[in-house]
Each structure stands twice: as C-alpha cells, then as structure tokens.
Design a protein around this ligand. Structure first.
Ligand SMILES: [Zn+2]
Ligand SMILES: [Zn+2]
Length: 166
C-alpha cells in the first residue's frame, strides 16, 4: 500500500452500507455516456477506478445486481440491500479486480475530482467542460492518460485487460 495515501470513506443513504477506499484511486472518470446518464438520472457519472482489494466493507453487505452495459458484456452493480443505493460497479471488460466506486457516495466527494471527462460526444448540451481537465469524445488509451504509478499498480494486478468501462 502506498505510504503517501490516505483513505476515503463512503456509504449508502440509509447508512447500512459503509465502505473505505484504502488508497487514492487509479483514476477518476467523469463519464458523459448515455448509459451513465440513464443510470444516474443525471448528466454524468463520477467513477473512481480502484483495485477491488483496496475497497473494504466497514458495515453491512452489498447485493450485486447484473445490469446491461453498452459493451453487451454487462456490469455488476453493488447496492445496499435496504435503500438500493449503488456504491460501486464491476465491468466485465475490466474483470472483478477493479471496482468503479461511485464518487457521490463518498463522505467527501470533492476530494476526488475527475481526472478526465469521457464520452463527451454525448454530454448534455448545457454542460460546459472545465478548462484544464482532459476530455475525450469517447474513450482513451490508459498509457497516454494514467500516471506512471497507476499504470504500475494496474500491471501488478492478476489478469486484467484494458480497464475499459464499456
Ligand atoms: Zn442503504
Ligand atoms: Zn458512462
């Protein structure tokens, strides 16, 4: 575990599920795809990608709901069994080794601003992207965007493909 990191706590609305990210994430995506818009009922989704073994459940359990995804391979959304708020997802493309933690469920979501805006081709027309943060019309190559440290962390994972969310 990286010495420089601190932890990030979060949970669902009814507080039955509480979790802790044990380090900073690999990357934070702000995804403007239509699928994320529909799933959140909002303009975009904010996902912190992190190794699954760096996410600990502090309280409660999650139920895992198989949900269709754009790739056709599906995503597995972990939700509180009581209030059904989604706390993280796994995508088939990235395997179970990576989780996409929903940044809005953190106690301090402002601690993890987006590193990149993706699928901006379908962003809501009224939403202006901030200058200074990378933005791509669809997806990107992680070698060109991720920090060296994050690439090394991913390389240390067992059998992950490119962590494409789609
Ligand atoms: Zn709950
Ligand atoms: Zn999306």
């Amino acid at each position: 575990m990286d010495k420089s990191d601190h932890t990030y706590d979060g949970g669902c609305t009814c507080r039955q599920v509480r979790y802790r990210m044990m380090s900073k994430p690999l990357i934070v995506h702000c995804c403007h795809c239509r699928w994320c818009q529909r799933e959140t009922g909002s303009a975009f989704a904010l996902n912190a990608m992190i190794e699954s073994d760096r996410v600990r459940l502090l309280e409660g359990e999650v139920v895992v709901i198989d949900t269709p995804s754009n790739s056709g391979k599906g995503q597995r959304i972990s939700r509180c069994p009581k209030c059904m708020i989604a706390v993280w997802s796994n995508y088939a493309g990235a395997g179970d080794a990576l989780r996409f933690v929903r940044v809005g469920t953190l106690d301090e979501p402002g601690a993890l601003p987006p590193d990149i805006h993706i699928f901006t081709a379908s962003k809501q027309p009224w939403h202006s992207l901030p200058p200074g943060t990378p933005a791509v019309a669809e997806y990107y190559k992680s070698a060109e965007v991720w920090s060296k440290e994050s690439l090394a962390r991913r390389a240390a994972l067992p059998s992950t493909n490119s962590p494409t969310a789609r």
